[in-house]
Design a protein around this ligand. Structure first.
Ligand code: UT7
Length: 417
């Protein structure tokens, strides 16, 4: 496509004239050449030319797990539960509890991903922070990571679709790279869910943990990175996974933030998780003209080993093609799928040019499946000394501290919080 043969349609040209800029990926029509317009829209046309060729290659990847480990036995010291129940019903053995806010976990993961890509903070043009537990709602967490990294050239935004946040962040960053809005991006999936956990409720308290992972994406002209995705939401049943006390609805009601009450219909969420991930996987494969036999590895969201097994069975995925790390970390919400992908690469399960399918599910109820093609390199280019501050408490002590600092429950709108 020659740049002089491309101009935006009339309405879009009006918007351009008004804004004097164009950062959109709206379709364009070839219209007659006009010298003035030619020079004016030349850069835009180059962007469009790039659209058909550009990929968002994953060139850096890293995780950051807080060091404090909370075992099933630890949970049994203050909850009516036991290791046998947790392992047999969920596949979980231990999880991490963070001593720092989510921005710090995300920052360390991002710094490591940058080092793995051989890049510096100044190279980053966009930070997309996927999380449902931001330090603050305003300003957002991405801007804190920008500040900590010193990534002054990066636009910074948060994405919240609960457990699928990092996957939606991948879609956001890849779309922006493919359309020429930016040439590079950090995608972060991070969660520090322990402060808002209802530690008195064994139905949820045993399931979750804290963690983070990050990826560096850069524009390239090969066929790699995110090839396609299927995104969706069962909004009609959004209330079956709901954290009461976490958000503006609860402001100015005399409550203590963090004293949350979880509404969590485990079995219904389980069924929707399986249905959503199976459907999304089938749809993205069909859209991409591929079958499950073309997939080298499936890296699913890790909410329950039985969910993973049900998805594998219904999608006809052999067990050796399913990546599982739920025993180590439990469900880290937005950090789960990205940490699993990083570990799959670290463990040599992702090989050069492999196709990786990532079905995920979370609050909303959001669901999705992402189809990736890995690049040539499976080893990081570099490392960094950037690390978390030391933690001088055990995970159990951290949790006991959270429990102690919670105020007595009050009633809001009839809901105990
Ligand atoms: O990331 C997305 C969000 N999360 C999910 O996708 C989670 C989806 N749901 C699940 O993974 C499962 O439904 C759970 C793990 C939450 C629960 O497993 P389940 O096999 O569906 O158990 P259940 O809710 O049917 O409960 C069975 C029994 C109940 O006792 P009774 O009523 O049979 O006497 C529960 O009270 O197990 C009891 N129970 C526990 N017992 C010991 C529930 N939690 C525990 C526990 N320890 N932690």
């Amino acid at each position: 496509m020659q740049s002089h043969g491309v101009r935006p349609p009339i309405l879009l040209r009006f918007i351009l004239d008004f804004n004097n800029s164009w950062v959109s990926n709206i379709a364009v029509f070839p219209i007659e050449a006009e010298a003035e317009a030619e020079s004016r829209y030349c850069y835009n046309a180059q962007q469009i030319e790039g659209m058909s060729m550009t990929c968002a290659a994953i060139t850096g990847w890293a995780k950051c797990l807080p060091p404090a480990v909370l075992s099933n036995q630890d949970l049994a010291t203050f909850l009516d539960t036991d290791d046998q129940w947790i392992q047999s019903r969920t596949g979980m053995v231990e999880r991490r509890i963070s001593h720092v806010p989510v921005s710090e976990l995300g920052y360390v993961a991002a710094a490591r991903a940058l080092a793995a890509a051989g890049k510096t903070p100044g190279d980053v043009e966009l930070i997309v922070f996927g999380s449902t537990t931001p330090d603050q709602l305003c300003p957002n967490v991405a801007s804190r990571v920008q500040q900590l990294l010193g990534a002054g050239n990066a636009a910074s935004m948060d994405v919240n679709t609960a457990c699928t946040s990092a996957m939606y962040a991948f879609s956001t960053a890849t779309a922006m790279i493919k359309t020429g809005v930016v040439k590079s991006a950090l995608v972060i999936g991070a969660e520090v869910i322990s402060p808002i956990m209802d530690w008195e409720n064994r139905n949820v308290a045993v399931l979750f943990g804290d963690g983070a992972a990050a990826f560096y994406l850069e524009a390239g002209d090969g066929e790699e990175g995110l090839l396609g995705e299927e995104l969706g939401c069962y909004g009609e049943v959004r209330d079956i996974l709901s954290v009461h006390g976490w958000g503006m609805k609860y402001a100015l009601q005399g409550m203590q933030l963090g004293n949350s009450n979880w509404e969590f219909e485990g079995q219904e969420i389980f069924k929707r998780a399986v249905t959503g991930m199976v459907k999304a996987s089938a749809d993205v494969l069909q859209k991409s003209g591929m079958g499950i036999a073309d997939i080298d590895l499936v890296v699913p969201h890790q909410a329950n080993l039985r969910i993973i097994e049900a998805v594998a069975k219904r999608s006809s995925v052999p067990a050796d093609k399913m990546f599982v790390n739920i025993h180590r970390y439990g469900n880290m919400s937005a950090a789960t799928a990205p940490v699993a992908l990083v570990e799959a690469v670290e463990e040599g399960r992702v090989k050069p040019h492999n196709h990786v399918l990532m079905p995920a599910f979370g609050g909303g109820l959001s669901w999705c499946a992402h189809l990736f093609k890995w690049g040539e390199r499976v080893e990081p280019l570099g490392q960094t000394d950037i690390d978390l501050p030391p933690c001088d408490k055990t995970a159990l002590e951290l949790v006991q501290g959270i429990i102690k600092s919670k105020a007595p429950r009050t009633l809001i709108d009839g809901i105990p919080i």
